[in-house]
Design a protein around this ligand. Structure first.
Ligand code: DAL
Ligand code: ZN
Length: 290
């Protein structure tokens, strides 16, 4: 099938690093004590500095503009099968493809995970593309050129796009998930924060974007802001797809995250837009994910 045939990738290379929390690429200093808060019903142009703990949770009490997210179940709603991404099953199965050469094919969800030791060998500074040590926001080298082009194109159209969170190690994701479990409980954390090993951020190809005015999760719907809307319209041109789109929780298992994008390359990104499939649905078409 043409869709399947598009899943071909790129090469990888060197270096590991870790990332602590979120800081904006524009250079805003994160506040160590900050936590994500309930979203306002309208965008706040002067929202506080983003949380240092990446990945938010929606308001414990849904805002009037946010549809309530059904509580998840730790039990499968359906048995996993090829071409069926509608189940949400908490398990720890090492995902079939963990190749650094083909990160687009790596299938992650509530069930499938990366090994704890998975750490991309070619992480670079998400803002500058430099391999110099010490950066806190890291992406894989194969992501950076399109990321830079995307941000430049946004700026040319009058929108500042900042990187709020990028690569996260297994250990940092564990810390993040524990944090959100403490804030909202395990069932809520499942919907909004990946368990360690299950996050696309561990691939080094996922990015949480913001617009520099505050944490995107502080908005009722960041995709309704000028920068968020621009990104939703143009991301695929640069190879990025929104992993957890609005109204697709039944198939992604995660709450809507208009700030979270995964780089899959322009060909696949455009194919996903054309078909309307989420990445998880597309990847579940592969029988290897039975
Ligand atoms: N918030 C997404 C699901 C993550 O933690 O990777
Ligand atoms: Zn994210």
């Amino acid at each position: 099938m043409a869709v399947i045939g598009l899943r071909r990738c790129v090469a990888a290379i060197l270096v590991t690093a870790s990332l602590t929390g979120c800081a904006v690429a524009a250079g805003a200093a994160p506040s160590p004590s900050a936590t994500a808060s309930a979203g306002p019903s309208t965008p706040r142009p002067s929202a506080p500095a983003p949380s240092t703990i990446p990945e938010p949770i929606p308001a414990a009490t849904p805002t009037p503009t946010t549809a309530p997210t059904p509580l998840p179940s730790a039990e499968p709603t359906q048995r996993p099968s090829a071409g069926n991404a509608s189940y949400c099953h908490v398990a720890d199965v090492v995902t079939p493809s963990t190749s650094y050469e083909d990160p687009f094919a790596t299938y992650l969800d509530w069930t499938n995970r990366l090994p704890a030791e998975y750490a991309p060998p070619d992480l670079v500074n998400a803002v500058t593309g430099s391999r110099a040590a010490g950066a806190s926001l890291l992406v894989r080298a194969l992501v950076w050129p399109e990321l830079a082009r995307l941000r430049a194109a946004a700026l040319a159209d009058g929108h500042l796009l900042v990187v709020v969170s990028a690569y996260r190690s297994y250990a940092l994701q564990a810390q993040t998930f524990d944090y959100w479990t403490g804030v909202g409980g395990y069932e809520q954390a499942l919907r909004t924060s990946a368990r360690p090993g299950h996050s696309e951020h561990q691939l080094g190809t996922a990015i949480d974007f913001g617009d520099g005015s505050g944490a995107p999760w502080d908005y009722a719907d960041w995709a309704q802001t000028p920068a968020g809307a621009w990104l939703a319209s143009h991301a695929a041109e640069f190879g990025f797809v929104m992993s957890y789109p609005k109204g697709r929780t039944a198939v992604t298992c995660y709450a809507y995250e208009p700030w979270h994008y995964r780089y899959v390359g322009p060909a696949l990104a455009k194919e996903l837009v054309a078909t309307g499939l989420s990445l998880r649905e597309f990847q579940s078409l592969d029988p290897a994910h039975d």
